[in-house]
Each structure stands twice: as structure tokens, then as C-alpha cells.
Design a protein around this ligand. Structure first.
Ligand code: ADP
Ligand code: MG
Length: 246
């Protein structure tokens, strides 16, 4: 579904990604993980065409992402960021329905899709007419998820979607996201810096460091066959923090 070939990206001459090769198959859930600043968000933005590579190629569904193919590809890829990125002056309903209205969907189709997504994300009907400032952080992320899923995209990209939530809400949403990913069977790419979350939600982990992919595989594979000392260090540091690995 996504293919990166020798992709590098620099900002003002400073490399953020260097020679990344990565293939993400349709229907799989991948967690991008690594220390802050290692290039996770940059990689995700390249996948959805918000950034262009400095060199190399990004392909979506076999086609290079070019300025011409971009608009069509965007409608096939949902995107959720950490703070939700909702429009503050629009109600939850209007945030979710925005693109569908823009595309001229009939009201009945929009309402039916909204109801499906509301049930899927366990969002209260009474919240649909509230503004983001009137909803909790967890509810806003449900709205952001509904918005990303509105056009029924084939792929869903999430950049630390639970990063700003308190631990209990975060845990609740982790469990729900796992169910949603399993139910929808979409190609999912999730960015997180939390190993437990990556292992819980991702079938495959892609561990990055300083703009490169260090290792790709299950958490068990990373534990058992670390590609380099950094993998062991990263796993050990996270075990110290979450106490979930041993
Ligand atoms: P991560 O998401 O893993 O924390 P990012 O992909 O956001 O890392 O950033 C990778 C590197 O690229 C960092 O050094 C960051 O400062 C830099 N970077 C990211 N976006 C920009 C930008 N728009 N302009 C300049 N530098 C950027
Ligand atoms: Mg980031």
C-alpha cells in the first residue's frame, strides 16, 4: 500500500530522514517508534504527501505521490494528529462532515455515515453538536478519528493520537483503537514513542533512530534478535519506565 524507496528528507540542509526503504502492506498495522526527533512525524507526513522527499520516491497503491496524484490519494488516507487538529469554530458534527459536504454527499448519506462512526468510536450522540472546547481530550480524539474515517479511507495514519491524554483515558482508547483496527482491516500506520502502546496496537514495529530505520519486526523479534545495541538500549529504557517487559 505504501512504499518508500531511498527516501531522504532535509530541512534547511539538516537531514531528518536518510535513505529510508520501507514497504507497508495493505491491511497491516504498523507502529513507528523511536526517540523524539528521530523522524517519525516526518515519515508520516511524507506518506500522506504533506511533505515531498528531498530525494527518493514515495508510492501509494503502486503510484508515485506527485502533486497531480495527491488530491485523490488524500481522500483515500485518513490522518489523525496528537491534539486532534479539529477546527475550533466547528461543532464535532461539522468537523466530521466537512469533507463529505465539500464533495457533495447527500445529507442522508452523511447522517448515516456519522451514525456508523459514532457507534464505532463510542461517541455520545449528545456530543455531536458541541464544539471542541466543550469536549474532553478523549472525546476530541474520537471526533478526530471519526473525521479521519468519514470518507472510508483505505489507510489510516495516526501521529501520537493518544499522546496528550491522561493514563486512564489513554488506556481506554488503546483498547478501543485495537478493536477498531481489527474490525476495519485498514492499512494503519501509528506513530508512538511508547513501546507498550506500539506492541499492543502494532503487528509490526518499525524502530527508528536519527532519521534511519534501525529494525523492523514484532516486539518479540526485536527483543530476541536486536539488530544493534541501540535496540537493546531502547527496549531496556522503556522496560524501566513501564515495567511491562521482562
Ligand atoms: P519525531 O516525530 O520522531 O519526534 P520529527 O519527524 O518531527 O521527529 O522531526 C525529525 C527532525 O526533523 C527533528 O530534528 C526536527 O527538528 C526536524 N524537523 C521536522 N519538521 C521540520 C520542519 N518543518 N522544519 C525544520 N525542521 C523540521
Ligand atoms: Mg513527532
Amino acid at each position: 500500500m505504501f512504499e518508500l524507496k531511498a527516501v531522504s528528507k532535509s530541512f534547511a540542509g539538516t537531514p531528518a530522514l536518510s535513505g529510508v526503504d520501507l514497504t507497508l502492506s495493505a491491511g497491516t498495522t504498523t507502529a513507528l517508534i523511536g526517540p523524539s526527533g528521530c523522524g517519525k512525524s516526518t515519515l508520516l507526513r511524507l506518506l500522506i504527501g504533506l511533505l515531498q522527499p528531498s530525494s527518493g520516491e514515495v508510492r501509494f497503491d503502486g503510484q508515485p505521490l506527485t502533486p497531480r496524484s495527491l488530491a485523490a490519494a488524500r481522500q483515500r488516507i485518513g490522518y489523525v494528529i496528537q491534539d486532534g487538529g479539529l477546527f475550533p469554530h466547528l461543532s464535532a458534527r461539522d468537523n466530521v462532515a466537512l469533507m463529505a459536504r465539500h464533495l457533495g454527499w447527500p445529507v442522508e448519506r452523511i447522517d448515516a455515515r456519522l451514525e456508523t462512526l459514532r457507534a464505532l468510536t463510542h461517541f455520545p450522540a449528545s456530543g455531536l453538536d458541541r464544539y471542541p472546547a466543550e469536549l474532553s481530550g478523549g472525546q476530541n480524539q474520537r471526533v478526530a478519528l471519526m473525521r479521519a474515517l468519514m470518507l472510508d479511507p483505505e489507510a489510516l495514519l495516526l501521529d501520537e493520537p493518544l499522546g496528550a491524554l491522561d493514563p486512564m483515558i489513554r488506556h481506554e482508547l488503546q483498547v478501543e483503537l485495537a478493536e477498531i483496527f481489527a474490525r476495519l482491516g485498514k492499512t494503519v500506520v501509528l506513530v508512538t514513542h511508547d513501546l507498550a502502546e506500539a506492541a499492543f496496537l502494532g503487528q509490526t514495529l518499525v524502530l527508528m533512530r536519527a532519521g534511519r530505520i534501525v529494525q523492523q519486526g514484532s516486539v518479540e523479534a526485536l527483543q530476541r534478535y536486536p539488530a544493534e545495541a541501540f535496540v537493546e538500549h531502547f527496549l531496556r529504557a522503556q522496560r524501566g519506565l513501564v515495567g511491562a517487559w521482562g
